[in-house]
Design a protein around this ligand. Sequence first.
Ligand code: THU
Length: 160
Amino acid sequence: MDIIKIKASIRVHKDEHSLDAKDKELLDYAIKQLDFAYAPYSLFRVGAAVRMEDDSMYPGCNQENASYPLCMCGERVALYNAAAQAPHLKPVTLAIVIRNEKKPITTPVSPCGACRQVIAEFEQRYKQDIRIFLKSDASEIYELRTVKDILPLTFDSSFL
Ligand code: THU
């Protein structure tokens, strides 16, 4: 029997000071989106921003609905916003931040499984790994090189 070991590496930044200027700008842009989130049911706000290959940035935030399954995650709103407005540009970096109005969260929150799958589709579509920054209210910052680090054995169109 063989064993497949799955490895992932996550860079941990104590705070924004160790980010380069462009990444800090993207993270700050995502943080700004927290105020625009529509999260009256969960009180869990998610702000996101995507950096494209030409340095432009596209924002997103979660959008909830009284019919709960219709809620849309912030990172997906940002990616779909970018793809709708600039489909010819590769997304290169994604910043995702959260603010829980019910309790402070002190560790970065990872994208849900559905969002990981959507990010993986973007990576495949644009043949471009997307760096991901994650930050919560009062947390350090995680930097991932690609969503594949948190979605191993990724399902994609190569199987279809
Ligand atoms: N949410 C996101 O925006 N991104 C995720 O990756 C996880 C969950 C949103 C959906 C819903 O509005 C709220 O957070 C609580 O699940």
